[in-house]
Design a protein around this ligand. Structure first.
Ligand SMILES: [Zn+2]
Length: 256
């Protein structure tokens, strides 16, 4: 297999278009805007070979059509007619092969941010769109706290070393909320120092990994006594089950 890199291309205010590339080819995940991708492909003399979409939001798929005008490539995405350009619709448990790269990705359905959100997992990498963020999770636009808990739990069962490539640079703000929800978590303080130093240099704080999320992300720590206590305080009543805790801290975060 050719060596490959995973490059973050910036789009809009805080989106990343994750780009797998070798010496001659590239595949992009969630190209919300075609321009940064086309610029990069031209500059690096790369040919686009595939587009992967995790969910239908415009800041993740808005560049599909323009890229397809320049490159006739397969588009891998969920069963959702709201992404018209998808040529290969994928369901939970299916495996796709990335053309030109000797890479295979397993598809995981992870609804909650949107009804049909999927993730791609393979070669030690997870592309999870807006469901799991570093130290956070996506808003519940089309799903329930129950679904988000289920989807995040599914991702937390992946190997600890799995690199987590999420769709936005939200880490620092997420850490500030997480510290309010779990003030005594020393892993959060250590991470904040590291993340602040990266942001001071305008560098990405991603990828994260599953072990880091287990240690720092309040939305996957809904069974930890400190999180249960602060969620209960926010809700004004004792909360016992992880789904109620997740619902409370999701609401708290929305108003933080
Ligand atoms: Zn989204």
């Amino acid at each position: 297999m050719n060596p490959y890199d995973v490059i973050p291309l910036r789009a809009f205010r805080d989106n990343y278009i994750w780009t797998l590339r070798d010496s001659g080819h590239a595949a992009v995940v969630d190209p919300g805007d075609a321009n940064p991708v086309l610029d990069y492909l031209r500059r690096e003399k790369l040919e686009l070979v595939a587009i992967l979409n995790t969910h239908h939001h415009a800041d993740h798929v808005g560049g599909n059509a323009e890229l397809l005008k320049h490159y006739r490539v397969p588009v891998f995405g969920p069963h959702d007619p709201r992404i018209a350009e998808v040529t290969h619709r994928l369901a939970d448990g299916e495996r796709m092969t990335l053309p030109h790269f000797d890479l295979h990705f397993d598809v995981l359905e992870i609804p909650a941010h949107t009804r049909t959100h999927i993730a791609f997992f393979g070669a030690g990498m997870l592309f999870c769109g807006d469901t799991l963020f570093a130290v956070g999770c996506g808003r519940l636009f089309e799903g329930t706290p129950q679904q988000m808990h289920h989807s995040l739990s599914k991702l937390m069962r992946l190997p600890d070393a799995t690199r987590v490539y999420c769709g936005h640079e939200y880490t620092l703000a997420n850490i500030r909320f997480a510290r309010a929800a779990e003030p005594d978590n020393s892993a959060l303080r250590t991470l904040e120092t590291r993340v602040q130093a990266l942001r001071d240099q305008d560098l990405p704080t991603l990828p994260s990994d599953i072990a880091q999320e287990k240690a720092t992300n309040p939305f996957v720590r809904c069974d930890i006594p400190a999180i249960i206590a602060s969620a209960s305080k926010y809700a004004g009543k004792p909360l016992a089950d992880p789904v109620s805790v997740l619902a409370a801290i999701r609401d708290w975060k929305n108003n933080f």
